[in-house]
Design a protein around this ligand. Structure first.
Ligand SMILES: [Zn+2]
Length: 92
């Protein structure tokens, strides 16, 4: 019985986290209730796989996150990508 309560609360937490990140509440509720700890961690980490923009390392071709200054595979220095076109750039 205790396990059901724990699973329910993990499911609720995972569902809320998943919902906040633009995914399905019910899907993450199920995942977090079936595998409580792992499901909740997956829901928390979920965003990073989807929302973070990525670019390829020009040196070795590894896909890196845009905020990484160095390639995690070859150590090549990565330039920060150009700001999106259409936004006025305010110079000092
Ligand atoms: Zn690289």
């Amino acid at each position: 019985m205790l396990y059901v309560v724990i699973a329910f609360f993990f499911g609720l937490a995972g569902g809320v986290v998943g919902r906040l990140k633009g995914s399905s509440f019910f899907l993450w509720f199920l995942i977090s209730a079936i595998v409580p700890v792992i499901g909740l961690i997956a829901a928390v980490l979920y965003r990073y796989e989807i929302d973070e923009p990525e670019r390829e390392c020009p040196n070795c071709g590894k896909v890196c996150k845009v905020y990484e200054a160095l390639c995690t595979r070859c150590g090549c220095e990565l330039e920060y990508p150009e700001p999106p076109v259409g936004q006025p750039v305010h110079s000092v």
